[in-house]
Structure formats: C-alpha cells, structure tokens
Design a protein around this ligand. Structure first.
Ligand SMILES: C[S@@+](CC[C@H](N)C(=O)[O-])C[C@H]1O[C@@H](n2cnc3c(N)ncnc32)[C@H](O)[C@@H]1O
Length: 334
C-alpha cells in the first residue's frame, strides 16, 4: 500500500476521536468562552471549564486541524465558523445536537452487533430501543428535543420555502416533538390549524412552546403512539424525521394507521432524505449510519419510498427537494 493510503486511512481511524472531542467541548460549553475575534489563552479556557489545561490544549489543537477553532499565537484560541456554531447563542446553534451525540455516542460501540444481526447497536449497548430509553430517562427528553431542533434548524425554513403548504386546512405533525416546526409553519399560514401528536412525555414541552409562540389556540396537542393510532381530523399528515427512524414493517404499521384516518383528498407528507445512487458522499448516507446504529431505521431511495407507500395504501405523487438534505415526499391515498 502506498504512503498516501496508509496516511489517509490512519487519519480516518483516528478521526473517531474528532466526533468525541466535539461532543465533549460542546458539553463543557468551551465555545461559549470565546468571542470571535478575541482569542483566549488556553489557561483561561481550562480554568473556566474546570478542565486539565495540557489536555484541553492538545484537544483544541487537534480540532483546529479540522477547522474547529484556530490557534492564533501563544496557546490562544479563536473561533472559526465551525467552532462558532457550537456557541449556545449562535443562530441555529449545533451545541444541543453535539451534546446529544455526546450523551449517546457509546451506541457506536455496538456496531459490530448491528453488522452481525441487523439490530440497532443502541439497543445492545443501552439495553433498550432509543425512544423507550429516552422515556425511561426523563433528563434526556429535553436534550433530545433540543438536539433535534438544533440539528434540523436550517431544514425548517428551507422546507417551508420549497414546499407549498397552502390549501391545507388542518395539518397534523405526527411525532412533532417540541413543536418547533409548527412554531415556524403556522405563522406563515394564518388560516391553518395544527394537530401535534407525540408520546406522552414529549407533549408537555410542545404545549409550552406553542403557548409561548402564541399558537396554543391554533394547535391541538394530542398524546399517543403512532403504532396504535394516528389522530383523525387533518387534511394532511406530516412525518418529519419519523419514517427514517423505523424498519419497513414498522413504517407500514405507522403509515397504515395514517391511511385509516386520512380523507380521500388528504396528503401524506414525509420529510426525510432521499438517498441518490452513486458513490458521492452525502448527508443522507451519513445520516443513514445514525439510523442504522441508533433507532434501527434507514434513509431510503425513491424506489424504496415508492414501494413503502404502496404497501401502506398510498401512491407516491411527488418529491420536492429542499436546499438541505431533506425532501418532501408526497403521497396520496389509493
Ligand atoms: C427524530 S424525532 C423528530 C421530531 C420532529 N418531527 C422533528 O422533525 O424535529 C422523532 C420523534 O418521534 C417521536 N416518537 C417516537 N416514537 C413515537 C411513537 N410511538 N408515537 C408517537 N411519536 C413517537 C419522538 O418522541 C420524537 O419526537
């Protein structure tokens, strides 16, 4: 093997540490200690974050090699665009997303189990499926919601720009989490009413957020499991980052429950990545690794969406891409 391949593969092997360091630095709020353009000595950063200075220095120097922070002079660190995105107050801050990865990153340790059995690594490492685990660990719930909002923050406006929701009287956001999507969507469509549906331990936060956004009167919040039923009464049913969490069999159950209540004129809207053919790297293929390891679902190709919808009583009508990794896959009941 040539030197380049050896070096490239070695770098890839060691880059596992990169993901861990981003999570730790996010957890410790180190990015909050630096204002862009005002480099801080590592001594100060270590004192303020209660960390071991020589180790913090080496971690920040390593991260700077990947464009996250930059060492200016004399062991001082300044922001780069990537490190600035880890500040808690950054627009669309990724801090909560990085913290969430940090909390559950041990899940990757079970990937050998996944490759042998097809079962999610998370279940083997944590002893329960991810959504059951979150339910049993209430302290993780708000972090999961905030992590989703942080990871998806740019998707909401681009989705609203790309897909025209007009003409929908009542929109149901199934697995709507903390209501961040409705908080952006409902103000754009003043005549639309919403139904947010999620698990019992999540809906309290959604109610609170929708109330704060002045939308409580326009959105019913209903608790339940989409494996049992989906609320009736909407013209369109939106599943954003839901279908990719589950296997085909589970999705057919979820979408089948939607099929039972959707009116003949209704729209099924699935907002997820659509995996394209070819070897180019893509966020969809990256996220597919997360789906394989954590919930046990998958990102799907157009052909896979087409057959999933068919098996659930729908027909694929259109796919609207956005400028982020998600597309809106629209189906109609048949
Ligand atoms: C990946 S998050 C997506 C949240 C939100 N739709 C978004 O785009 O940010 C998955 C959501 O599905 C919810 N969920 C998981 N299992 C569920 C179930 N059986 N019934 C209803 N909601 C469920 C979770 O609580 C969580 O809010």
């Amino acid at each position: 093997m040539a030197q380049k391949e050896t070096e490239d593969l070695t770098r890839i092997l060691i880059s596992a540490a990169l993901s861990r360091t981003v999570g730790i630095i996010a957890e410790l709020c180190v990015a909050d200690l630096v204002q862009a353009g005002q480099p801080q000595p590592v001594e100060h950063l270590a004192r303020a974050s209660k960390t071991h200075e020589p180790s913090l220095y080496r971690i920040l120097r390593f991260m700077a090699g990947y464009g996250i922070f930059q060492e200016t002079e004399n062991r001082h660190f300044d922001h780069t665009p990537l490190s600035a995105a880890l500040r808690t107050d950054a627009t669309g801050s990724l801090r909560a997303g990085a913290q969430l990865f940090h909390q559950i990153c041990a899940g990757w340790d079970g990937l050998d189990h996944t490759i042998q059995t097809g079962e999610p690594a998370f279940n083997k490492v944590f002893g329960a499926p991810i959504f059951d685990y979150i339910q049993a660990h209430p302290e993780l719930g708000p972090l999961f919601d905030a992590g989703m909002t942080s990871l998806n923050s740019y998707e909401t406006p681009t989705m609203l720009d790309a897909y025209d929701f007009s003409g929908i009287g009542v929109l149901a956001d199934i697995g709507g989490g903390n209501g961040s999507l409705f908080s952006a969507l409902l103000p754009r469509y003043p005549n639309m009413q919403g139904i947010l549906f999620d698990l019992g331990h999540v809906v309290g936060r959604a109610k609170e957020n929708l109330k704060t956004a002045g939308l409580a009167g326009r959105c019913r919040v209903i608790e339940g499991s989409f494996f049992e039923s989906v609320p009736a009464g909407a013209d369109a049913y939106l599943f954003r980052h839901i279908i990719h969490d589950w296997t085909d069999e589970q999705c057919i159950q979820i979408l089948g429950n939607c099929r039972k209540v959707i009116p003949a004129h209704g729209k099924l809207l699935i907002a997820d990545s659509v995996v394209l053919a070819g070897n180019a790297p893509s966020p969809a293929k990256d996220m597919d690794m997360v789906m394989l390891t954590f919930p046990g679902g998958q990102e799907r190709t157009e052909a896979q969406f087409r057959s999933l919808l068919k098996a659930s009583g729908f027909e694929l009508k259109s796919i609207t891409p956005t400028t982020t990794m998600i597309s809106v896959v629209e189906g109609k009941p048949v």
